[in-house]
Ligand binder design. Structure first.
Ligand code: ATP
Ligand code: MG
Length: 558
């Protein structure tokens, strides 16, 4: 989307534009995307990614990708790799190498020492419980720690000892000396450093003290020359602390924090912690399970980077929270795929059809467009033979009124092929219909029949010359609009027990034996489907349903 059309619904872009126009902002605009590597990215992160990289692009600036890695116990290389892959798949190019907050651990340590030297930080011995008690509440001011006025020299020594592993984990912390009576609890002498004897995925055992997020973040931003530090609204109350850190250290630059509303999607969870539970407790197979609202899961399901980006453009950036209808996300992918997805035919519940008047042992090759509205996408070859498969649901022995498909003694057109009339029904011993015997009309390829009218158009494949496949039909993972809205109800109780139907032994067009793995297909009349390379064995391809053709969900489930 162009900068122009994005302008209306992105207040941050508007702010920066005004600042530039009035001469308040000079130089490059620098943003960053700062994920914590404690899980896979989800659709909420896509919003932040599109915002940060989008702003950099709009203003010809730059955006860094920085892992906010100050909690070694919860982080891992697997998550770093997955996040890097996802950001790059979305089409974002970060400036320079991937960064880590841990790259700045030395600098952060030095800034902590600077604060101590200025009398603005102290080592505190209160236990976690005591600290809670001293902190006060929203109604009551806190009380000063008994260690608040420790001499600077002692603080320097103790902090060095903390770093050198002379104290037990959790026994001491470094705190900022700000204001225990501040109405903003974040300013009541927040912790800057704590002792953790944990190996770190980047720095190994170099450190046994780790800086807190609120201290690390402004410093990392400043180290990278970030001008606009964009974060979600829950950090609004942390901004005074962000500014305090920048103002009280000799920061190389002064980034500005701006908050925006996080993305909430109905029927969806957007919290890495909760998504991790779904994986750990086996509600889904993995982080990239196609039912997951993770970027990897959505990619495997067939979502395209373009569709996620246009979704983010549609929802815009504002200050007010709110919930976006997941239907909008589905709209974005349908729109993208409708224009670009190659068409193919897939018979979900195969019912054999024999064309009794078609010569045995013969066949022909029909040429169908890859996309009915886009001749540039070329054509595909579809074999036509004496035996075909149609979908069981496209035949009704006793058709209801207005039936637009096949019925006894009625004719239908087979998409891109001939018109045929159903003459006879063959059943097995149990009475189930196992075959239809039909007559095709050789004069109807590409032309209307004379003297009668077919009763609709249905899809089909050759029985002899098609490919067996499996399809995974996904439904929403949760059947509750706000699965984690009630604190007293575990969100997993809202999992939709019918979130997956596996349909084995479907029949797809022969050309799909070499299905592409870069864009989903539209299986005509069925939806959009994407090859699942992780599941496709050597014997048959597996397709994930990305999305249905139309939104039938709201109606069906109400
Ligand atoms: P989670 O609760 O899922 O772990 P987080 O905010 O802790 O989310 P981070 O890895 O810290 O995850 O997030 C990286 C960036 O993405 C942050 O700037 C954060 O504000 C942003 N972000 C996270 N979730 C959303 C969301 N739902 N909508 C918009 N931005 C988000
Ligand atoms: Mg976080």
């Amino acid at each position: 989307m162009s900068a122009e059309s994005r302008k209306a619904n992105n207040f941050i872009q508007n702010l920066i534009e005004e600042a530039i126009a009035s001469g308040q902002h000079q130089g490059k605009v620098v943003t960053r995307f700062p994920p914590e590597p404690n899980g896979y990215l989800h659709i909420g992160h896509a919003k932040s990614i599109c915002l940060n990289f989008g702003i950099a692009e709009t203003f010809d600036g730059q955006c860094t990708l920085r892992f906010d890695d100050t909690n070694p116990e919860k982080e891992s290389q697997e998550y770093i790799d997955a996040i890097t892959r996802d950001v790059s798949w979305l089409g974002c190019e970060w400036e320079g190498d991937v960064r880590f907050a841990s790259d700045y651990f030395d600098a952060i340590y030095d800034f902590a020492v600077e604060l101590i030297e200025k009398g603005k930080a102290y080592v505190c011995e209160l236990t976690a419980e005591e600290m809670n008690e001293y902190r006060g509440s929203l109604k009551e001011p806190g009380r000063d720690s008994p260690h608040r006025d420790r001499p600077i020299e002692d603080n320097l020594r103790l902090f060095r000892e903390m770093r050198d592993g002379k104290h037990e984990g959790g026994s001491l912390v470094l705190r900022a000396k700000i204001d225990m009576a501040s109405p903003n609890i974040n300013l009541r002498d927040p912790i800057l450093y704590r002792i953790r004897y944990a190996s770190h995925h980047q720095t190994g055992d170099t450190w046994c003290i780790y800086p807190m997020y609120d201290f690390t973040h402004p410093i990392s931003d400043a180290m990278e020359g970030v001008t606009h530090s964009l974060c979600t609204l829950e950090f609004e109350d942390h901004r005074p602390l962000y500014d305090w850190v920048i103002d009280n250290i000799s920061a190389p630059c002064k980034p500005r924090q701006i908050e925006f509303a996080r993305l909430n999607l109905n029927y969806t969870i957007t919290s890495k912690r909760k998504l991790k539970r779904l994986v750990d407790e086996g509600f889904v197979e993995s982080w990239d399970d196609p039912r997951m609202p993770t970027i990897s899961g959505m990619r495997r399901r067939g979502y395209t980077p373009q569709s996620l980006r246009s979704f983010c453009d549609m929802i815009g950036i504002n200050k007010a929270g709110g919930t976006v209808d997941v239907g909008m996300l589905e709209h974005a992918i349908r729109e993208d795929l409708n224009a670009r997805a190659p068409r193919a035919m897939c018979v979900m519940r195969p019912l054999k059809v024999t064309l009794t008047n078609y010569p045995e042992g013969e066949g022909e090759t029909l040429t169908l467009p890859v996309h009915p509205q886009d001749p540039e996408m070329g054509t595909r070859e579809v074999p036509w033979t004496r035996t075909l498969y149609i979908d069981r649901e496209d035949f009704a022995e006793e058709p209801p009124r207005k039936w637009k498909r096949l019925a006894p003694d009625q004719a239908v057109r087979l998409r891109g092929g001939y018109v045929m009339t159903c003459k006879d029904i063959v059943r097995d011993d149990s009475g189930e219909i196992v075959e239809l015997r039909c007559e095709y009309d050789p004069a109807t390829l590409g032309v209307n029949p004379e003297g009668y009218k077919p009763n609709g158009v249905i899809h089909w494949v050759s029985a002899e010359d098609s490919v067996e496949a499996d399809v995974y039909l996904y439904d929403r993972l949760f059947n509750h609009e706000a699965p984690d809205s009630d604190k007293d109800v575990d969100f997993v109780t809202h999992i939709n027990s019918e979130n997956l139907v596996v349909q084995e032994g479907v029949r797809v067009e022969k050309s799909l034996a070499q299905a592409r793995n870069d864009i989903p297909y539209q299986f005509e009349r069925e939806g959009y489907f994407f090859l699942d390379e992780l599941r496709s064995g050597t014997d048959r391809p597996v397709f994930n349903r990305t999305v249905t053709l139309r939104d039938s969900w709201a109606k069906a489930k109400k």
